[in-house]
Design a protein around this ligand. Structure first.
Ligand SMILES: [Zn+2]
Length: 271
């Protein structure tokens, strides 16, 4: 039995929340994405994320070489936080990323996930208009099992719970698949929508089984409503150029459309 695998996004980003209540679907007093600019006017700016990446319009940039990663395999204990927007794991160890034409060395602080409904439509960035790929996968991604098990224990509430023996690398692509990616200047995808994010959108997907994706769609907010559609709609590009690395798999005929995302944030602004 083949499974439909949705786009699963993984980002390393520092989310800075605004003080006013925001959400992904306007409800009661909380503001959905169309109204985030009333929380912070930057959310209506011209360098916002996510965007649709039109592969034919991307520019090859030979400086987009492979990344140098350190500390990603270090095993550590941490916490998983579930709130009304996302689930988030603190990177409780020192890992760094440099290279790939990043101007500095960055340290990931946390990662969090975005997902859709019933295992489909969950990515923030799209490639050639596709929000989710179809990829055939029969088996569970073992690297996500401990995270799923921990989340199972807090399925219906907001909480922070311990998670043991994890490493940053288990939630990322294998390093050899991190050479094909897109790069552009964008923003945080939640309020305050700060426009100081250098996005790296990897072309290769992180495969999860249908069962695993459905698990994320089954999570509930503390008021019992389903925690689904936790992504911001795409934003206008406003003439920004998207660059592509010269990794061998970046071709017009991409079948595997997505993606994990490393968002590196400028140390001077965010970290
Ligand atoms: Zn995010």
């Amino acid at each position: 039995m083949k499974s439909l695998i949705s786009l699963f996004l993984l980002s390393f980003v520092l989310h800075v929340s605004g003080s006013e209540e925001w959400c992904y679907q306007t409800k009661g007093s909380c503001k959905g994405p169309e109204n985030w600019k009333t929380i912070d006017k930057i959310c209506g700016g011209d360098r916002q994320s996510p965007i649709n990446i039109v592969t034919k319009a991307t520019q090859l940039d030979k400086r987009l070489t492979q990344f140098n990663l350190t500390g990603y395999k270090t095993v550590f204990d941490s916490t998983v936080k579930k709130n009304s927007h996302t689930i988030e794991v603190t990177i409780n160890t020192t890992a760094t990323v440099s290279g790939g034409n990043l101007e500095d060395t960055y340290k990931p602080l946390q990662f969090h996930l975005h997902w859709g409904t019933n295992g489909v439509r969950g990515s923030e960035h799209t490639i050639d208009g596709e929000q989710y790929p179809m990829e055939e996968s029969n088996s569970d991604n073992k690297n996500f099992e401990n995270l799923i098990n921990v989340l199972r224990s807090i399925q219906n509430k907001s909480d922070e719970v311990p998670i043991k023996n994890i490493s940053a690398s288990q939630f990322l692509l294998p390093e050899e698949n991190m050479t094909s990616y897109y790069r552009y200047n964008g923003s945080l995808t939640v309020p305050n929508c700060s426009e100081s994010v250098i996005w790296t959108v990897f072309e290769k997907p992180i495969p999860l089984s249908k069962k695993q994706l459905e698990f994320f769609s089954s999570l509930k907010l503390s008021d019992g409503t389903p925690m689904v559609g936790t992504f911001r709609p795409i934003q206008l590009r406003f003439g920004r150029t998207v660059y592509r690395s010269s990794g061998p798999a970046v071709l017009a005929s991409v079948v595997l459309l997505f993606v994990s995302i490393i968002t590196t944030c400028s140390l001077s602004h965010l970290c």
